[in-house]
Structures are given as structure tokens and as C-alpha cells.
Design a binder for this molecule. Structure first.
Ligand SMILES: NC(=O)c1ccc[n+]([C@@H]2O[C@H](COP(=O)([O-])OP(=O)(O)OC[C@H]3O[C@@H](n4cnc5c(N)ncnc54)[C@H](OP(=O)(O)O)[C@@H]3O)[C@@H](O)[C@H]2O)c1
Length: 272
């Protein structure tokens, strides 16, 4: 990937997602300057020599300019914090928001209806360059701004663009919250292993490594549908088939449908 120029960004909120994105930008040397606004000190992972300027509250002015203002605070405080920032933020600075459930309309009502804005939903594997971000721009975003956002987000993994914003709640439910479901699967496998008589340590190691190995295999063999990868470990009349006859009887699918629907509904509520 070649960056046309190194970006200068302002990051509001440097918690789990903000710091994951910032790590990727620093590691990939795609930013020349980051102005970070967060009540806490910058997480220790960042070297003192990194091009980061830190504020514990919005600065009075943004004199150095920014190619993007990145919003990575909790949705619940967006209106309050955003309104304060909007007062001093120059009109020409575009916004890239990763706040769950906050529509382009809501963002425009806070930062101005003529502001260029991209709404994006990343996920935490962004911290190691294995994330996926789904984005939608408003009408004011230029092609150059879109490309810069693409370049920034690509440092943390794949980037997809959508045109129908109503899909963002489903995206949030699947990939935004999704890593937690997979970590919970590790917990489930571990507990089942203990039930079968394995020690907690052994069950934990086997569960985690099985998920790591399977994910790596799915990445390596990304042309093959998941169903084929599954079939490759299922011999007729074997142990895997015995387990899958239970896992695939519809109950697991029903539970996931219910869980993702709850996440989607919550995403919709966060915007109301
Ligand atoms: N975590 C995910 O998997 C994920 C995935 C996709 C999108 N997102 C979105 O990413 C955003 C951040 O989520 P997160 O999980 O990273 O949350 P988080 O870890 O709580 O990070 C938010 C950070 O913002 C700080 N903050 C609070 N008030 C602030 C203010 N006035 N100005 C600047 N910073 C302030 C918080 O400090 P305090 O701790 O003191 O409040 C915290 O350090 C959310 O909108 C979420 O919807 C998260």
C-alpha cells in the first residue's frame, strides 16, 4: 500500500478502539502527527518519540490542522463532547466517526450539515492489522478524503464501503461486536473440556489454540467457503460428525440469530 502523503489526525478518545487504530497508524508510519484528546494518559504502548501531542480536554484551537478528526468516544457522550468540539473545529476538517449507532444525520446535527463525514464500524482485531471496517460517507466527502480514510483504515485490516446506512446496525452486530462472540466461544469450549475431565489449564490451551489455528486456516484457505473447511474435518461416522449433529440441529443458529438481533436493536437504540 502506498500513502500519497502522511496524514495529520486528531483523535478524540484513546481507549480500546482509538488506541488500536492509533497503534496501526504509528506502526505503519501513515501519520505525521496525531493530536490525541482523552482524559487519561496515552496508553504506555506508545513511545515518547512518537509524533503524538496529548490533551486531556479539547484544545482551544486546532492550529496545526488535521486531515481527519477521528471520533472514538462512547456513543453515550458523543452529543455532549461533540458539541463542545464543534464550536472550535474548523469547518474544513472532515470527521471519521467509529461511534456505534451514531448515524450520519446525528453526526451532521452535532458537527454541521455541511461538514464532510464518514461513519465507520471497525473491530478490535484492528490492533494487529486483522480488523475489518465498514464505512459510509455523507455527500460532502470528496474522493481524496475517501481515499485517505481508506488508507488510514487499511492499516488495521480490510475496508468495505456500503451505500445503505440502515445496514450499519447489522454490521455492528456482526463484525463490530463479533470478536467478543469468538472469545466467548473459547470460554465455552474451555468449560466443555473441563466437563469432560481435562484440567482447566489444558482445556484453556486447547480451546484457545483451536480457535487460533482454525482462524489461521480460514485465512490461508480464504477461497474455500466455511462449509467446505468444516466438511474437511468431518469424516462420515466420526467424532466431529457426532458433535455437529447436535451443533447444527438449529439451536445454535437460533441463539446467534437472537444475539445478533439484540446487538442490532441496541445499535438502533444508541441513535435514538
Ligand atoms: N470496542 C469495540 O470493540 C468497538 C468496535 C467498534 C466500534 N467501537 C466504538 O468505538 C468507540 C470507543 O469504544 P471503546 O471500546 O474504545 O471505548 P473506551 O475503551 O471506553 O474508549 C473511550 C475513551 O474515550 C475517553 N473519553 C471519555 N470522555 C472523553 C472526552 N470528553 N474527550 C475525549 N475522550 C474521552 C474514555 O475515557 P474514560 O475511560 O475516562 O471514560 C476512553 O479512554 C465507541 O463509540 C464504540 O461504539 C468500539
Amino acid at each position: 500500500m502506498t500513502m500519497p502523503k502522511k496524514a495529520s489526525i486528531t483523535l478524540i478518545g484513546c481507549g480500546k478502539m482509538g488506541s488500536a487504530l492509533l497503534s496501526g497508524w504509528i506502526k505503519n508510519q501513515v501519520i505525521e502527527h496525531a493530536l490525541v484528546i482523552d482524559p487519561h494518559q496515552i496508553p504506555g504502548v506508545f513511545d515518547k518519540n512518537e509524533p503524538i501531542e496529548y490533551f486531556n480536554a479539547p484544545p482551544e484551537s486546532y492550529k496545526n490542522g488535521s486531515d481527519f478528526l477521528i471520533i472514538a468516544i462512547k456513543p453515550q457522550i458523543l452529543k455532549d463532547v461533540g458539541s463542545k468540539i464543534a464550536k472550535t473545529l474548523p469547518k474544513e476538517i472532515p470527521i471519521l466517526s467509529i461511534a456505534a449507532g451514531q448515524s450520519l444525520n446525528t453526526l451532521e446535527s452535532i458537527f454541521g450539515s455541511s461538514r464532510a463525514i464518514i461513519r465507520s464500524m471497525p473491530n478490535t482485531p484492528a490492533a494487529i492489522g486483522k480488523g475489518i471496517s465498514v464505512c459510509i460517507p455523507n455527500d460532502h466527502i470528496t474522493e481524496t478524503q475517501k481515499e485517505l480514510a481508506q488508507d488510514l483504515l487499511e492499516t488495521s485490516g480490510r475496508v468495505e464501503w456500503i451505500e445503505d446506512e440502515t445496514l450499519m446496525d447489522a454490521v455492528t452486530a456482526l463484525s463490530g461486536s463479533g470478536p467478543a462472540y469468538i472469545f466467548h466461544l473459547i470460554e465455552i469450549l474451555e468449560k466443555s473440556g473441563i466437563e469432560l475431565g481435562l484440567s482447566p489449564e489444558m482445556a484453556g490451551t486447547l480451546a484457545r489454540q483451536t480457535v487460533i489455528g482454525s482462524a489461521a486456516l480460514a485465512e490461508n484457505e480464504n477461497q474455500k467457503p466455511a462449509s467446505v473447511l468444516r466438511e474437511n474435518v468431518t469424516s462420515p461416522g466420526g467424532t466431529t460428525e457426532a458433535a455437529l449433529s447436535i451443533l447444527m440441529d438449529g439451536r445454535a443458529q437460533d441463539i446467534f440469530n437472537e444475539a445478533l438481533n439484540a446487538a442490532k436493536t441496541r445499535s438502533q437504540e444508541l441513535n435514538s
